[in-house]
Structures are given as structure tokens and as C-alpha cells.
Design a protein around this ligand. Structure first.
Ligand code: NAP
Length: 312
């Protein structure tokens, strides 16, 4: 009978957190497998130009940055395969157990796993949303705001993220219009007051986006007023959708502790509630979601994982 390859660590996710973790575990001589989900692009992959990663004075495109990390992890010894992880299972053995990680068509085994599956931006779910991505539509103000200098921008959403992003975008934009589906913002009072007193911010209440207008790039939005059921057009060259994030942690339900929004709960060493599972990057509840913090998280999770393997 063919025996199954057992990895020291399987890393689920190939964004900045997962790939950095893979570099560290590989350099620590742990047999490392990265499983990349082909249908989930890392948030970093959306960035037209990453201008705030230390050391890249000219900036770097998100896809190029990810490609660099990937080849660095592989050159250090990590294996990378493509697969959609849909469940993980603990198999008890004499002293310690091992983890079985199932993709849609294959099964892998490891002594530990680092979950770096990220979070996906919640989409508006309207026609042409994907077509306009990178052509005026963005899910990340920090990444793309600087491309809209003196332009008119719309921000969709009424939570802390949307209002913070709208305030941030006034550094660049001539005018920012927040479009919110209710007559009250969800954001904290502090942020609301900052937005209300900002002369460059307008708010359109009780409104949703009915259609994105434009040919090859965004030229405006058709909005529907939910009170009056009427349509109106708003001219803008940028649209930032900020209606929440969805952590990609479905496969961990019932395995390790998740918070009410589905984010993985970790301690300061990035251990989860389950022995042998570590989490890093956007799939855990973090204060700042940036490439640089995801990479730092990846290094820390790898270090904790390395200690766990040594102590086994
Ligand atoms: P959020 O709090 O869930 O807010 C999402 C917003 O988008 C809500 O205003 C919601 O409207 C709206 N929305 C949701 N689905 C929509 C749809 N399909 N169409 C139109 N609008 C839609 O998400 P978030 O702002 O990303 O924040 C996530 C978490 O991070 C929150 O706990 C937040 O407090 C925290 N956070 C904190 C800070 C900070 O403390 N500085 C900064 C950022 C985020 P409704 O209001 O009608 O539901």
C-alpha cells in the first residue's frame, strides 16, 4: 500500500500571510505544503500599485508582489498546489494526532496547519461589478485611493470602514459621496461627526446602487432611492465598495473557535483554540488589514508553528 506523504505543516492560502509563513517554515526546515484556492484571489492581488510596502520605493503591482512571494517561498523549499479546502479533520494517533486536510478532490496530511485563507470583500452583487474592477471600482481605499486625485468618488456603505475610507479619500478626491441604504450610519458617532463636518463629503441616504455606468471605465452610478422608488444618476470616476468583509473560514466551522462574524480567534502567538492550528492574516480578527501586517502575521504564525513541531 502506498503511504501518504505527511507534511510538517500545511498552509491554507497563498496571499502575503500564507506565503510569508511558508518562507519561514521552509527556512526552518519544516516540510511545507501551500494550498492555494484558485477561486479566491488574495486582497493584495487587487492592488493596482502597492506603494506602502517598505523598501519598494517605486511601488509594485499587487499581482507582481504575490508572484515574487510565491517564487521566494518555492525557492526556499515549499511545495505549492492548487485546491479548494472544504474540510479539515483531526485523526487521533498514539501520542499526538495529525490533521487531514481535504480539498474537493484530494486529501493531505500534516502535523500542523497554518490557516491564511483571508477574507473576501462583500460584493454588491450587481451586473458588471467584476467587469469594472480595477477600472474605477475598488474594494480597498488604502490601496487605490491615490489614483483618484481631484476626481469625484462614491463610497458605498455606512459602517466604520466606509466612513473611515470616505474620510481618507478626501485627501485625494475633489468630492466624496457616501451612498448608504438607510437614513442612519452604522459607523461610530466619532466617525460620523468627522464625516458630517468634512466639506468634501456628501451623503445620499436611503439609496442603493442600481447600475454602474461607463464603457471601459466607471463614469457614474445609477442609484435607486428606496423611499421614493425613483432612480437618479451620480457622476463619479471612482466607486469604493465597503459593505463588509467575509472571512474565508467556512471549512473551520465546528473545528476551531470563530467569532460571531466568522473570523478565527487566536492568541498573541497566533495559536487557535485547537492544538496544531495557527491562523494569520485577514482570516483572523485584526485591527489593521494591510500587506505589511499580513506578512508580519505570517512570520509569527510560522514561528509558533515551528515551536509546536519541535515540542511534539
Ligand atoms: P459593517 O460594520 O458590517 O458595515 C457594513 C455596512 O455596509 C453597513 O452600513 C451596511 O448597511 C452596509 N451594507 C451591507 N451590505 C450591503 C449591501 N448589500 N448593499 C449596501 N449596503 C450594504 O462592516 P465594516 O464597516 O467593514 O466593519 C466591519 C467590522 O470592523 C465592524 O465591527 C467595525 O466596527 C470594525 N471596524 C472598526 C473600525 C474602527 O474601529 N476604526 C474601522 C473599520 C472597521 P446597514 O448599516 O444598513 O446594515
Amino acid at each position: 500500500m502506498k503511504t501518504m506523504n505527511i507534511y510538517d505543516v500545511i498552509i491554507i492560502g497563498a496571499g502575503p500571510a500564507g506565503l510569508t509563513a511558508a518562507m519561514y517554515t521552509s527556512r526552518a526546515c519544516l516540510k511545507t505544503l501551500i494550498i492555494e484556492n484558485p477561486s479566491i484571489m488574495s486582497q493584495a492581488g487587487y492592488a493596482v500599485l502597492v506603494e506602502n510596502f517598505p523598501g519598494f520605493t517605486q511601488g509594485v503591482s499587487g499581482p507582481q508582489f504575490i508572484a515574487n512571494l510565491k517564487s521566494q517561498a518555492i525557492s526556499l523549499g515549499a511545495e505549492l498546489i492548487v485546491g479548494n479546502v472544504n474540510s479539515v479533520k483531526f485523526l487521533k494517533q498514539q501520542n499526538h494526532g495529525i490533521w487531514q486536510i481535504n480539498t474537493l478532490d484530494k486529501t493531505y496530511r500534516a502535523l500542523s496547519q497554518i490557516v491564511a485563507s483571508g477574507a473576501s470583500a462583500r460584493k454588491l452583487d450587481i451586473p458588471d461589478e467584476d467587469r469594472f474592477l480595477g477600472k474605477g471600482l475598488s474594494y480597498c481605499a488604502t490601496c487605490d485611493g491615490a489614483f483618484f486625485k481631484d476626481k469625484e468618488i462614491a463610497v458605498i456603505g455606512g459602517g466604520n470602514s466606509a466612513v473611515e475610507e470616505a474620510i481618507f479619500l478626501t485627501r485625494f478626491a475633489g468630492k466624496v459621496t457616501i451612498i448608504h441604504r438607510r437614513d442612519k450610519l452604522r459607523a461610530t458617532r466619532f466617525l460620523q461627526e468627522k464625516a458630517f463636518s468634512n466639506k468634501r463629503i456628501d451623503i445620499l441616504w436611503n439609496s442603493i446602487v442600481d447600475k454602474i455606468l461607463g464603457d471601459s471605465k466607471v463614469s457614474g452610478l445609477r442609484l435607486k432611492n428606496l423611499d421614493t422608488n425613483t432612480l437618479r444618476e451620480l457622476r463619479c470616476e471612482g466607486v469604493f465598495v465597503s459593505i463588509g468583509k467575509i472571512p474565508n473560514t467556512e471549512f473551520l466551522k465546528g473545528v476551531t473557535s470563530l467569532d460571531d462574524n466568522g473570523y478565527v480567534i487566536t492568541d498573541r502567538e497566533l495559536k487557535t483554540s485547537e492544538k496544531g492550528i495557527f491562523a494569520c492574516g485577514d482570516c483572523r480578527d485584526t485591527f489593521l488589514r494591510q500587506i505589511v501586517t499580513a506578512c508580519g502575521d505570517g512570520a509569527l504564525a510560522a514561528y509558533s508553528c515551528q515551536q509546536y513541531i519541535e515540542q511534539r
